[in-house]
Design a protein around this ligand. Structure first.
Ligand code: SF4
Length: 343
């Protein structure tokens, strides 16, 4: 995984608990600057993409709310962090945010306490569902990439240990990075990692600064061996001439690489591409080739998002046909990897 070495670290005074101080001291060469609020940064001269790799913010999360999910997990835990050093052309985490550096929330214990309070209010035993037959599942990586966060502090390790010991709660997160440090966390099957996979040639173009597809596929067995549940996340699915041939190749790659024991527990989730007008305009100057693939108005329709931005997604009828084609291919090549949901 590419090393994250920020040149500036902003921090709020209330973020400087032992974890925050340690994170601050890990970047002695960076400019350290105190700020009042983690979401109000001073004017920065770097562009959006440079800021993602050059700036770290240490803050304390005050709104400790678990939200409903129902897809990748039952609930979304309060964020351990927000932002990511990757620069994927379609990233929804960045949408409508002029700057979005990694903001690490150092009050992990308070965040886990909020999860504990929340899960204790749920009926028990849980009614089994597609997220887990027994435990309540919490996505801990909806606003960041947890593998990257784990390289900055022990917050992810603390979270994995919390879920390991918890009698009712289970953690899950999707990632596009391979951080071998996570292999030592001993999750004892109480954390599920979902490796996000796109066909090789598309991934090279749109997954910027992430680990390669080959690395992610190559890590699956190791993470299972280390005690993680391992699923795959086919998202976003990008449609272009020959997309199904490329998915066939990807499925065959998985078929080859995944150990039979790992196959027995693996499922997948599939989300077709959505994109965003603001993001499209920002990408045009730095990754125009990616835009040719993901901004295709002839087959897309627009939708105003709940945050006011203009999102685009594939036209409904076309998408229904493509979903059927995807399902058929999955049944043919990787029938051992059932689809948990697809849309
Ligand atoms: S790795 Fe995930 S969170 Fe990071 S930029 Fe890519 S899509 Fe966004």
């Amino acid at each position: 995984m590419q090393k994250f070495i920020p040149s500036t670290v902003f921090y709020t005074p209330d973020a400087l608990n032992a974890r925050g101080q340690k994170a601050l001291l890990s970047y002695p060469g960076a400019l350290h600057e105190e700020i009042k609020q983690h979401n109000r940064l001073p004017q920065l001269t770097d562009n959006h993409f440079q800021i993602k790799s050059n700036v770290l913010v240490l803050g304390r999360l005050k709104t400790l709310v678990c939200r409903e999910s129902g897809r990748s997990s039952d609930f979304i835990a309060p964020s351990l962090a927000n932002g990511c050093m990757g620069a994927c052309a379609y990233c929804y985490v960045d949408r409508n945010k002029p700057v979005n550096p990694i903001t690490l929330f150092t009050n992990t214990e308070e965040i886990m306490l909020a999860v504990d309070k929340h899960v204790q209010q749920q009926p028990w035993p849980k009614v089994p569902n597609q997220t887990h037959p027994q435990y309540y599942t919490y996505d801990i990586g909806c606003n960041s990439d947890v593998s990257v966060d784990a390289a900055i502090s022990d917050s992810v390790q603390t979270a994995v240990e919390f879920f390991r010991e918890h009698p009712k709660a289970f953690a899950t997160f999707a990632t596009k990075f391979v951080n071998p440090e996570l292999l030592a966390y001993d999750p004892q099957e109480k954390t599920r990692i979902r490796f996000s996979l796109l066909p090789h040639k598309v991934s090279k173009l749109v997954d910027v600064r992430t680990d390669t597809l080959e690395k992610r596929v190559g890590a699956i067995n190791d993470f299972y061996q280390a005690g993680y549940g391992v699923h795959v996340n086919f998202s976003p699915v990008i449609v272009y001439d020959g997309w199904l041939d490329d998915y066939r190749e990807l499925f065959e790659q998985l078929n080859e690489a995944v150990h039979p024991k790992v196959k027995e527990q693996m499922s997948c989730e599939v989300i077709f591409l959505t994109h965003n007008q603001w993001q499209h305009e920002a990408n045009l100057s730095i990754n125009p080739k990616a835009e040719e693939l993901i901004w295709v108005p002839e087959v897309q329709e627009t939708k105003r998002s709940q945050f006011g931005g203009i999102n685009v997604r594939y036209q409904h009828q076309l998408k229904s046909q493509w979903i059927s084609a995807f399902r058929k291919l999955q049944q043919e090549v990787i029938p051992w990897c059932p689809i948990r949901y697809i849309f």
